[in-house]
Write a protein that binds this ligand. Structure first.
Ligand code: SF4
Length: 253
């Protein structure tokens, strides 16, 4: 299938975000557009980090600090399917190791009694999502991809992971609360725009998501990637959601 390199300049209050991405021209499921959308998220994050520096709040995240990799990471459905495929494509014995980490994580979630709430998060994000996130964090379950406090799938990491950078002291990340953690403000959340677009959800409504730790189980139960659509058309729709985000709810999920 033909792919083309496309360039998009997005005007924001403090400057312009320039994105260059390779886009399949034909009809594809959302999964095939994730590389372009990750590139877009990276460009927004770089913009947000620059704005933070200009405001005297540089990013305090550093290599080898994986404290945030014990948080509840939201994935768009297409990301959950892609992550499940990535696990299946890992060479042995690594695949078995990662699978076992996911299984152990689910056992711990189940033992904690949080599983029904997390299953609920595969529907709409609930208003109690912040509390659920904190309850989950307190379980101390490392992401199955976390190795030596670094991400072992760095180039393929989910969009929400890319969109989380802090400017508050790193020590606070060990026990994060909304009061102590300052994140880099972003003009939009790409993962949420993708999640809304692939499920036809208005921007005024919460996005659907799958918690990362449940991705393999969820993907096995929901293998249908949906009707393929032309790549440029879908990207245009996702980008239009960014514009609406900027006019409306702005910086939030
Ligand atoms: S995928 Fe990588 S960056 Fe994201 S939570 Fe897991 S280890 Fe951390």
């Amino acid at each position: 299938m033909e792919s083309r390199r496309l360039t998009v300049d997005l005007g924001l209050p403090g400057g312009t975000v320039h994105v260059e991405m390779v886009v399949p021209m034909g009809a594809v499921p959302m999964e095939r557009l994730l590389p372009a959308l990750r590139t877009t998220a990276d460009a927004f994050v770089a913009y947000g980090a620059e704005m933070s520096v200009a405001a005297g709040k540089p990013v305090s995240c550093s290599k080898g600090c994986g404290a945030c990799c014990r948080q509840l990471v939201p994935l768009a459905h297409s990301e959950a399917r892609q992550l499940a495929k990535l696990i299946e494509e890992l060479p042995e014995p690594r695949r078995s190791v990662v699978r076992e980490r996911f299984a152990e994580a689910l056992r711990r979630v189940e033992a904690s009694g949080l599983l029904p709430s997390l299953m609920g998060r595969t529907g709409r994000l609930a208003s109690e999502a912040v509390h659920l996130g904190m309850d989950y964090f307190r379980l101390g379950i490392p992401c199955p991809f976390l190795e030596d406090e670094s991400c072992s799938i760095y180039h393929d990491r989910p969009i929400a992971c890319r969109e989380y950078l802090v400017t508050s002291p790193p020590a606070f990340c060990a026990a994060p609360t909304p009061e102590t953690i300052d994140t880099v403000p972003l003009p939009t959340r790409v993962w949420a725009a993708v999640a809304r677009e692939e499920n036809g959800i208005p921007n005024s409504d919460p996005a659907t998501c799958v918690p990362l730790v449940m991705a393999p189980v969820w993907a096995a139960r929901n293998p249908d990637p949906g009707t393929p659509r032309p790549g440029p058309e879908v990207l245009q729709k996702v980008f239009a959601r960014f514009s609406r985000d900027r006019r409306g709810e702005g910086f939030g999920q």
